[in-house]
Design a protein around this ligand. Structure first.
Ligand SMILES: *Cc1c(COP(=O)(O)O)cnc(C)c1O
Length: 216
């Protein structure tokens, strides 16, 4: 199947309330344009330079999501246009996003990344750190906290993945009952998005299932 056919089949299979982020990292603009022409406007990238490059080349009505770990000194390059930053996991980063958003008279929507996987290599906050960060967000009026993001363990163990997504959903529900406009739960990738949707995901980040395997 072509990239466009993959996209269309996947879109059709999703519940209406789930937003698909087409993860286009490492892929050339022509591949992204195939997806765009098939009617899709939400793309996810994990490198600042690559996202800026594609933003410059492509139509202006695309929503660009930063899904990777974001360094503070690079926030300024995406602040003019980024639609959603998924991986916020420190106050220092939140502060920098706020500062750069203010420069562009914008309010930038962000998701806080929660550590749910067993692996210790993945970024993200504990639940205690999350609560502390949310309490401080009042000081950053040019950031809008829209929800949470998480990545499950890289494992074949379905029960384990389900458990991790359920943990994240639980935390999300608790925070959502306290904050208005907190409505995005970003969880699920090519290998586990069906499990994530079953556990209450509202946003999935899918790359290889649309674009094919990546060559690094
Ligand atoms: C690359 C990436 C994805 C997409 O991965 P696939 O397995 O290709 O769907 C999702 N989320 C993040 C944070 C990523 O870096």
């Amino acid at each position: 199947m072509s990239i466009a056919q993959n996209l269309i089949a996947l879109t059709k299979s999703l519940p209406k309330n789930v937003t698909l982020v087409a993860v286009s990292k490492t892929k050339p603009v022509e591949d992204l344009m195939e997806v765009y022409r098939a009617g899709h406007q939400v793309f996810g990238e994990n490198k600042v330079q690559e996202m800026v490059h594609k933003w410059e080349q492509m139509p202006q009505d695309i929503n660009w999501h930063m899904i990777g770990h974001l360094q503070r000194n690079k926030v300024k390059y995406i602040a003019p246009f980024v639609a959603l930053i998924h991986g916020v996991d420190s106050e220092r980063l939140l502060q920098e996003i706020d500062k750069q958003a203010a420069k562009h008279q914008r309010i930038i929507p962000c998701l806080l990344q929660i550590h749910i996987a067993q692996e210790s290599t993945k970024f993200g906050l504990s639940e205690t750190e999350l609560d502390a960060l949310i309490a401080k967000a009042i000081n950053y009026p040019n950031v809008q906290l829209r929800g949470l993001m998480g990545m499950a363990s890289f494992t074949e163990d379905t029960a384990q993945i389900q458990k991790e997504f359920a943990v994240l959903k639980n935390i999300f529900d608790r925070v959502q009952s306290q904050l208005t406009g907190f409505d995005v739960l970003s969880m699920g990738m090519s290998g586990d998005y069906t499990l994530a949707i079953e556990q209450g995901s509202t946003m999935i980040r899918v790359g290889s299932k649309i674009f094919g395997a990546r060559n690094y």
